[in-house]
Design a binder for this molecule. Structure first.
Ligand SMILES: NC(=O)c1ccc[n+]([C@@H]2O[C@H](COP(=O)([O-])OP(=O)(O)OC[C@H]3O[C@@H](n4cnc5c(N)ncnc54)[C@H](OP(=O)(O)O)[C@@H]3O)[C@@H](O)[C@H]2O)c1
Length: 307
């Protein structure tokens, strides 16, 4: 297929673009700078420098493609998660950007749109499993994701195939926060935010990338893209420590993080998300069934010592 990727130079995109190229798709991707264009070229994609907010230019760039994959976002670094201002850029990219992508794709005659979203918009359900039918929550940091989902649904209502991928907390080489978490784990500092018996639903970026490839065959709809076994925060923290071969002697803020308000909601709640719908629709399966195996692979890939 001919596939246009926006956000292809980011954390997930850095894995998704090579994965699409590897299975034989003809990939074009948005670049914002000549440096990023060069990276895309090295990965086997054709770069196009165009604004995410310019519908006419985007429609011109999308013409002749079978699918558009929108992975553009602009999340603040974890140290800036508490600043409301820091979320403005990602809200704009996810709401105005995805609207422009959906409109331009429809105008260009593209028949399939794949839109990145996140599982962190589900409510805290303790240890209950969460499927796509659980209503999502409308808290401030989630508004950009909800707008992006609405744009993909609008694309489907207009006759296209809109596929929404709700990724779990992603990790792996190329995600800045993963390198920070591994660095902390090497110093014996645990990573738990929220209750230790709460669940975190994660996805290694290799598996997020293979899910993007699989989504090119999925029927329109919303799909959770997470590994098979969400871990409790206690076990997740232990898996991270074990991957570095270090004993963990300090925990993160734990329950105290609950006092920090809704901008940390995505990290403090307990969400135990299931991937059955996406597996059934596409035959996709994660290479790393849980963060235990995924963090070991990440530590190895980043050259962090393993015990
Ligand atoms: N999702 C999670 O699970 C999670 C959790 C905690 C922390 N984080 C951290 O958050 C960081 C940022 O993650 P992210 O998901 O925002 O991915 P990212 O790695 O920053 O990638 C975002 C993509 O969107 C593109 N983009 C941003 N603004 C754009 C604009 N105005 N126009 C066109 N394209 C634009 C970027 O292009 P450029 O390459 O040109 O910038 C890039 O290709 C990561 O390093 C990650 O470690 C993520």
């Amino acid at each position: 297929m001919t596939v246009f990727v926006t956000g292809g130079t980011g954390a997930i995109g850095g894995h998704a673009v090579p994965a699409l190229v590897a299975v034989g798709h003809d990939v074009t991707a948005l670049a914002r700078t000549p440096g990023k264009a060069a990276v895309l070229r090295e990965q086997g994609a054709k770069p196009v420098i165009v604004s995410l907010f310019d519908r006419e230019a985007l429609a011109e760039a999308f013409a002749g493609h079978d699918a558009v994959v929108n992975l553009a976002s602009s999340l603040p670094s974890m140290s800036r998660f508490l600043s409301a201002k820091a979320w403005e850029a990602t809200k704009r990219v996810r709401s105005e950007g995805s609207a422009a992508v959906a409109d331009a794709a429809a105008e260009a005659g593209v028949t399939r749109m794949i839109q990145e979203s996140v599982c962190m918009i589900y409510p805290d359900r303790g240890d209950e499993w969460i499927g796509e039918d659980v209503p999502v929550e409308h808290y401030p940091a989630a508004l950009g994701n909800l707008a992006a989902e609405a744009n993909a649904n609008r694309f489907t209502e207009a006759g296209g195939t809109g596929v929404i991928l709700r990724f779990g907390w992603f990790y792996g080489p190329g995600a800045a926060h993963s390198e920070q978490l591994l660095g902390q784990a090497r110093r014996g500092i645990g990573a738990a935010l929220g209750r230790l018996d709460g669940y975190v639903s994660s996805i290694h970026m290799t598996d997020a990338a293979s899910a993007v490839v699989a989504a090119l065959q999925a029927p329109a709809g919303v799909y959770n893209v997470v590994d098979d076994e969400p871990l409790t925060k206690r076990d997740y923290s232990a898996a991270l420590a074990a991957a570095t071969g270090k004993r963990q002697w300090v925990r993160g803020p734990g329950r105290a993080a609950l006092l920090l308000g809704d901008r940390l909601t995505s990290l403090t709640r307990s969400i135990r998300v299931g991937n059955t719908a996406f597996r059934d629709a596409t035959g996709w399966a994660p290479r790393y069934p849980s963060a235990r195996e995924g963090w070991v692979a990440t530590a190895e890939a980043l050259g962090v010592r393993q015990g």
